[in-house]
Design a protein around this ligand. Sequence first.
Ligand SMILES: C[S@@+](CC[C@H](N)C(=O)[O-])C[C@H]1O[C@@H](n2cnc3c(N)ncnc32)[C@H](O)[C@@H]1O
Length: 534
Amino acid sequence: MGGIFQRLIAPEERHKFGQHYTNEDLVDVVNAFCIRKGEDVVFDPACGSGSFLVRAYHRKAYLNPGGAHQNRIGELYGSDISLFAAHLATLNLASRDINEEENYPRIARRNFFEIHADKPFWQLPSGLRGERTTEPIFLPKLNAVVGNPPYVRQELIPRRGDKPKPKLMQAKEDLFDLCKELWGVELTGRSDLHCYFWPASTAFLKDNGWFGFLVSSSWLDVEYGFALQDWVLRNFKIHAILESNAEPWFEDARVKTCAVILQRCDEPKERNEQLVKFVRLDAPLAEILGERAGENSRQAAAEKFRDIISRCKQDAAKEQFRIVVVPQKKLWEDGLRTGKLFALQKQRDLAEGILPGKGGDDDEENGIYDENGNGVLHDEGGIGYGPKFGGGKWGKYLRAPNLYFRIMERNASRFVPLGEIATIRRGITSGCDAFFMPRDVSQEILDKYSKLEWNDAPLHTHCKRGEVESGKVILVRAGDGTVHPIEKEYLKPELHSAMTIYKPLIHAGEVESRVLMVNKPKSAIHGTELDPYF
Ligand SMILES: C[S@@+](CC[C@H](N)C(=O)[O-])C[C@H]1O[C@@H](n2cnc3c(N)ncnc32)[C@H](O)[C@@H]1O
């Protein structure tokens, strides 16, 4: 069903609206978490061909076998910006039972961000042939929001002033305002489109309502995700975050994806007591769920896996999956600690005369409003969000090797975050590491070419052996393999990759990588080894 959707839509539309079909086994697991009763009202704000809703239909039938088709489709809502997708979802749901003539799924061809609780969600046909009319329906309070919202990189989300005005898609500024108005959450200008679906869709949830989204994993670790993390920790219990090591969760998507299961919760004590399960799958989900003949066993298998995850109280490493259990309180406290580090870093920067936002390559535009617009929102040089919560690198709970957890279990109290004992700044983005970050190969060339053979050394420009021996000139190998003599004063030692560190303390003399740094006018390098390059 979804495969057809993927094949038939035009590639440019697929790209613009982030249209990808979702793995149904995964949908079943997400639905098993989020749909608890046969009569639950469920909404998918970006429903595509309707995978979540169709599987939700079957789940409702499993939970309440006596329920009527009309009731089931009356409790399933979906919206999609694409006409084709909305038609497909409508057909896919209606065709679950074609016995009744009045068979109208609640699928709206709409931009989800334009849906409001007090405005009609969609005009539903009513009446039978001859007397057919339409009646407005509204999106009710929901038991569950599920789905796989589009991933669209922030650069591709239109801005308010764009010309020509983009059709259908909402401007970034409107999305920001909407989330702020609904929850007080201020997402950053770097947020991927899927981030705005979280606050906007959960505003329709009832208390204790469930949220199950399949999204790009980057929110777990990158800066734009920290605002989401903060908001999630303040308003939800985080039940589970699942990621697969064994299979991509949908074709065609180049990004790593994770399933996020949350439950609305206004009670701080309950949130603090929540145990978050980070689940890494090391086998395809179909294998984990096992042989399933028929709908009932599909549902039972998804529930069984859900229960294993929910009941797990301590880390568990099985052959097919691993569960790391982290108290929600710890995620919050770690984020506060990071917030303090950011504040400390800011103080250090100010003491050294570095202005917020002028620390280097992090200066890329972070704000929501355009350069000249009012109310420009910057995140102060890309460090920290909100008054206190600084964010966390949660991806480690999914991806770090088991050894990491064993070490932390025994020695956590002996570690401190690096930022507490050192000043951390972003390094250099050269734009061309092959040129600006060569390797020192002086000793290698000295060993290979004796005094007599020196003229045979494959140097890009000639230099005297004695100058290399004395250390005045360094021979560096560039990314294209060529070897160049450069005066030592223009080459600074550089630690290029943490992968090369094998002990806690590294001295400048021990690293091979150099960075070319020339802070003199062109006239001043006349006659040096650098001269031919400028
Ligand atoms: C990843 S796909 C969902 C796939 C779906 N779960 C399935 O298996 O068919 C994301 C969907 O979001 C839709 N979409 C993009 N922007 C939207 C918006 N602003 N409002 C509603 N739907 C949107 C796209 O048309 C696409 O169908």
